[in-house]
Design a binder for this molecule. Structure first.
Ligand code: GLU
Length: 447
């Protein structure tokens, strides 16, 4: 009843925010067993969680290389700061709208709570498309974006980071402008360059963390990844470092994709070729097949069914690492029919609601994004700790801490799932674990 009331109100107030509804509906349904405790309704916890603390929208006017003034929309949605300063990435992509940033910001609250660190939830971004822009255009856009954002953020207030379309280059330009505007060098952004306050392992963290999480899930069932075929979607930061770690643990990652198509390499993805194409040249995944003869390239328009061609490749484990709703119900059935035993979400909400239901029903190892991809923001938290102490840690130290955090996230989620009599359901386990931490802090602190 309480859940239905909240969802109904949300649908009426924000009728067009589909991704946001999807994220809230998924979370609230899995909270049903814990919401039997009347304390949460008494303190209006759900009403307060689904409405962000504040939403900041602004115009970003910048000049392109031809001297023409361009205008984009920017925003920062600060959702919840019950357990720490607002924390979450910035996404620059033409699809960005209020619904997408709200779903991401909402999920960030619970993901961050799971990391064991003290971080609240936020997200921001712009409909600016970095693809095809020159470095100078990217810099002018980032400077204009920060001219508005700087007054709302701070090392102990709100700490943005990267997401789709925002990597080391963008963080550099954003940080440079922030520092000039406030005349202070502090840890206001994470994902910084290694020479100026960044943390080792931050770049690799989400991908490595996903593989560590997969190892924990599989280990609990006395299985592992060694020698196993894995499908990975995407070819950004998350996908590249998932592939790197999969190679390291002896698995065979055979796919990668971008918005134009996918590649299948039965010998295992050549990591240095992939990095050369994507990290150095900023090229298309299609080029991979031009350099490696045995690899097959399939264009999106030739995908036979589902959302992404990579899901039709038979695999033991699937790592959706591209974007929201990239794995449909049809894809979920195809994966299971081909013998897939493990799905680990590197992207945020990559499985549609129906696809996720199918994975839960099949009782395979299913690691939902809020738990499985929390390694990225966890190392952001470690970057904040290093900045605050002015003392950087070695690669080994950060990597060991990341590993421990992923293990703790798995154990916390699995134990919570057990407590609520649904032991294989890590959606329920991770959602309830994250929710309880945030809700209890909200109750402690008053409304
Ligand atoms: N964008 C990443 C995420 O979805 C990282 C956020 C951060 O490091 O603050 O969790």
């Amino acid at each position: 009843m309480y859940i239905a009331q909240i969802l109904e109100k949300l649908r009426k107030t924000y009728p067009h925010q589909h991704e946001f509804h999807q994220a809230v509906t998924e979370l609230l349904h899995s909270l049903a067993p814990v919401l039997k405790n009347p304390i949460y309704q008494k303190h209006a916890i759900l009403e307060r969680l689904v409405e962000p603390d504040r939403e900041i929208f602004f115009r970003v006017a910048w000049m392109d290389d031809a001297g023409k003034i361009q205008v984009n929309r920017g925003c920062r949605i600060e959702f919840n700061a019950a357990i720490g300063p607002y924390k979450g990435g910035l996404r620059f992509h033409p699809s960005v709208n209020e619904s997408i940033i709200k779903f991401l910001g909402f999920e960030q609250i619970f993901k961050n709570a799971l990391t064991t660190l003290n971080m609240g939830g936020a997200k921001g971004g712009s409909d600016f498309d970095p693809k095809g822009k020159s470095d100078a255009e990217i810099m002018r856009f980032c400077q204009a974006f920060m001219d508005e954002l700087y007054r709302h953020i701070g090392a102990l207030t709100d700490v943005p980071a990267g997401d789709i379309g925002v990597g080391a280059r963008e963080i550099g330009y954003l940080f440079g402008r922030y520092k000039k505007l406030v005349n202070r060098f502090d840890g206001v952004l994470t994902g910084k360059g290694l020479d100026w306050g960044g943390s080792l392992v931050r770049k690799e963290a989400t991908g490595y963390g996903c593989v560590y999480f997969a190892q924990e899930m599989l280990g609990a069932r006395k299985e592992d990844l060694a020698g196993k075929i894995c499908s990975v979607s995407g070819s950004g930061n998350v996908a590249i470092y998932t592939i790197e770690k999969l190679h390291e643990v002896g698995a065979i990652p055979v796919t990668a994709s971008d918005s134009k198509g996918m590649i299948y390499d039965s010998e295992g993805i050549d990591l240095s070729l992939l990095k050369e194409i994507k990290e150095v040249r900023g090229g298309r995944i299609e080029e991979y097949a031009q350099h490696k003869r045995n690899a097959q390239y399939t264009d999106v328009k030739d995908y036979k069914s589902g959302t992404n061609g990579v899901w039709s490749v038979p695999c033991f484990a699937a790592f959706p690492s591209a974007t929201q709703n990239e794995l449909s119900l049809a894809d979920a059935h195809t994966l299971l029919n081909n013998g897939c035993k493990c799905v680990v979400e590197g992207a945020n909400m990559p499985s549609s609601t129906k696809a996720a239901e199918v994975f839960l029903k099949a009782k395979i190892c299913y690691g939902p994004g809020k738990a499985a991809n929390a390694g990225g923001v966890a190392v952001s938290g470690l970057e904040m700790a290093q900045n605050a102490s002015m003392h950087p840690w070695t690669f080994e130290v950060v990597d060991r801490k990341l590993r421990t955090i992923m293990k703790e996230i798995f154990e916390n989620s699995a134990q919570t799932a057990q407590e609520f009599n649904d032991p294989t359901n890590l959606v329920l386990g991770s959602n309830i674990a994250g929710f309880r931490k945030v809700a209890n802090a909200m109750i402690d602190q008053g409304y």
